[in-house]
Write a protein that binds this ligand. Structure first.
Ligand SMILES: Cc1ncc(COP(=O)(O)O)c(C=O)c1O
Length: 400
């Protein structure tokens, strides 16, 4: 077996994973790892959770797929749960975060048409990431992700993140129809806006008649300490997209909407063959129930704060570390230089982490990680970082 028949979109990958349980994964050689990444914020309730496995097996034995020509109970039940917790009225299901955002962007276009705006503009943020499909990529800021794909869609104007005045400058622009933001930027390096920023954006959107689209693909499903991060920020979007932790690993994305945005799609205006099939909706429904019944959002808030404080204490005085920050269980240790090398070093120490934005160690552990596992995470990661920092100081090694 080799990767030679796969397109080379992910670069070199050393680990071949075969099994997971809770916060642990095992590679093909039988080595065990503590997983502090969980499939990039996906497996929030842990790998191979018995309740998820049971639902998956039961639904697989009943009806995996029906197409959206038919109603299914798991889809309708999930839509109701998500709308209730997010303050929304209607859901559209796709298969990924990018598809959820495509749906949101298409809604913004329909909203523009209703208002007679021919060439609408959506304001997006520098450092924002919304996916790899062409419209989602057009809304994305990363030059690396965009490279080579011109012509991308116009109709997206990028402004600095966490800068309300930058958005207010467009207050008189009749072409603007929406603002699309992550409540906390994930791929951009766990950028947490100042308290009050999102409330200010909400008020601005209300004043200008713009839709507020919150991309909660990464922040959603308990990760930041509330079921959706918008609640923690004290706002309610017009359109909220989510994916990742929604399905704990089964491919599902959701675009939720309320008010005028909830009524824009009509029969035939959007669709997906697989989107929201009974298998993924049954699983996502169980994930939702676990997050709610086990208080996993509150647990993420508590454990995240504990980890942030512990990591900051252990790394205090380390010259290479610029900042330790976090919002629930979205944590970053920002270095003063690129640190991609830390991924390999951590794996060698039995820990899976990720580096994003070049210089940010990103931690996205399971919402139900135990205190002992959290202690192990700190105890494994900090020596790896300190060792790397010493090597960098000594001989300049350490760039990815
Ligand atoms: C905020 C955000 N939006 C959208 C996406 C795209 O999601 P997917 O990879 O499921 O298409 C991501 C993925 O990292 C994300 O973090």
């Amino acid at each position: 077996m080799s990767g030679a028949f796969l397109m080379d979109t992910y670069g070199e990958r050393e680990l071949r994973l075969v099994r997971g349980a809770g916060c642990r994964v095992w590679d093909a050689a039988g080595r065990r790892y503590l997983d502090a990444l969980m499939g990039i914020a996906v497996c929030g309730v842990g790998h191979a959770h018995p309740a998820i496995t049971a639902v998956l097996a039961a639904q697989a034995g009943q009806l995996v797929h029906a197409s959206n020509l038919y109603r299914t109970a798991p889809q309708e039940a999930l839509a109701e749960k998500l709308c209730a917790v997010a303050g929304m009225e209607r859901a559209f299901f796709g298969n990924s975060g990018a598809e959820a955002n495509e749906a949101a962007i298409k809604l913004s276009r329909l909203y523009a048409r209703e208002r007679g705006i021919e060439r609408p503009v959506v304001l997006v943020a520098e450092g924002g990431f919304h996916g790899r499909t062409l419209a989602a990529l057009s809304a994305t800021s990363s030059a690396r992700a965009r490279a080579g794909f011109a012509p991308l869609f116009d109709g997206f104007v990028r402004v600095p993140f966490d800068d309300l005045a930058a958005l207010e400058r467009y207050g008189d622009d009749p072409a603007v129809v929406a603002v699309m933001l992550e409540p906390v930027q994930g791929e951009g390096g766990i950028r947490i806006p100042a308290a009050g920023y999102l409330r200010g954006v909400r008020a601005l959107c209300d004043r200008c008649g713009w839709l507020l689209i919150l991309d909660e693909v990464q922040t959603g499903n308990g990760r930041t300490g509330t079921h959706f991060a918008q609640a923690g920020a004290g706002v309610c979007a017009d359109i909220l997209t989510t994916a990742k932790g929604l399905g704990n690993g089964v491919p599902i994305g959701a675009c939720l909407a309320r008010g005028v945005a909830a009524g824009l799609f009509g029969p035939g205006s959007h669709g997906s063959t697989y989107g929201g099939n009974p298998l993924v909706c049954a699983v996502a429904g169980k994930v939702f129930d676990l997050i709610e019944s086990e208080g996993l959002a509150a647990r993420a808030a508590e454990l995240g704060e504990w980890l942030r404080v512990r990591l900051a204490a252990e790394l205090a005085g380390c010259e290479a570390v610029r900042e330790v920050r976090g919002c629930g269980l979205m944590l970053a240790i920002e270095m003063r230089r690129d640190c991609g090398e830390l991924v390999r070093r951590a794996a060698a120490a039995g820990l899976l982490i990720n580096v994003t934005a070049g210089c940010c160690v990103r931690l996205l552990p399971a919402l139900n990680m135990s205190a002992a596992e959290a202690e192990e995470l700190v105890g494994t990661l900090c020596p790896v970082i300190l060792h790397w920092a010493a090597d960098v100081a000594e001989n300049g090694e350490g760039d990815s």
